[in-house]
Design a protein around this ligand. Structure first.
Ligand SMILES: O=C[C@H](O)COP(=O)(O)O
Length: 255
């Protein structure tokens, strides 16, 4: 099996004002003065907290990411942040295509495709999210639904190194619900995503691209998830807001 570094990524979503963000970042830096070999750690705070968190974690082995980006370089786009702005604030990753962006802000596959291309061009790693709603899971067409999202969102993306891209499979019915997909469910779809990545980028690159699972991942289930051959870590929502839980996940992933 290719030697992929696991990625445990925290998505703080719209939680934590600058004071709470500073406190959580300090707690994480204290809890994770080092991380286990073979594991990488990432936190993605709200945009307004990025600079604060950057300053607090800069001495710790914790990477910084954003939760959103706009693909244009600059100009009259009220409320948006460009790739260069994120980069100048210390971000090396950016989540795109999260189901909450797609559902609440009507983002399309085309939008995610533009974001992915702009991020890679700027040297920021997109964490491209995909996943099916409950009715698609029940209809049994979830693998096609997810792989179609991957094909549309990453079409024409040019990467020369597997480290330039991360994909996160997040079944929508498992997000914030406590209903975790089983490790076998996660492997089934993450494996299918890897096959799609092979079609898009070739086998060698696809073998090195990290494919994460997200959806009620927590200290109790992380070991089982990352034991699966195509699950290379987790995109963690709720459990990333408690330093104790998040750091426990990092440790357990490395065991
Ligand atoms: O981006 C993270 C996911 O949406 C998972 O959230 P959750 O761990 O709270 O279920």
């Amino acid at each position: 099996m290719p030697n992929r570094t696991l990625l445990i990524a925290g998505n703080w979503k719209m939680n934590n004002d600058v004071h709470a963000a500073a406190k959580l970042a300090d707690e994480l830096a204290q809890a994770l003065p080092e991380v286990p070999a073979g594991v990488e750690v990432l936190v993605c705070p709200p945009t307004i907290d990025i600079t604060t968190v950057h300053d607090r974690i800069s001495a710790a082995p914790i990477a910084l990411g954003a939760q959103n980006v706009y693909w244009e370089a600059k100009g009259a786009y009220t409320g948006e942040s460009s790739c260069d702005m994120l980069k100048s604030a210390g971000c090396t990753y950016c989540i795109i295509g999260h189901s909450e962006r797609r559902d609440y802000f009507h983002e399309t596959d085309e939008d995610e495709n533009k974001k992915a291309k702009a991020l890679v061009a700027a040297g920021i790693v997109p964490v491209f999210c995909c996943g099916e709603p409950e009715e698609v899971r029940e209809a049994g067409t979830y693998v096609k639904h997810v792989t179609d999202q991957v094909k549309a969102g990453l079409a024409g993306l040019e990467i020369s190194d597997a480290k330039q891209l991360v994909v996160a499979y997040e079944p929508i019915w498992a997000i914030g619900t406590g209903k975790t997909a089983t490790a076998d469910d996660a492997q089934e779809v993450c494996g299918a995503i890897r096959e799609t990545l092979k079609e898009l980028f070739g086998a060698e690159l696809a073998d090195g691209i990290r494919v994460l699972y997200g959806g009620s991942a927590k200290p109790d289930n992380i070991a089982e998830l990352v034991a699966k051959p195509d699950v290379d870590g987790a995109l963690v929502g709720g459990a990333s807001l408690k330093a104790e839980d998040f750091s426990a996940m990092v440790v357990k992933a490395g065991e």
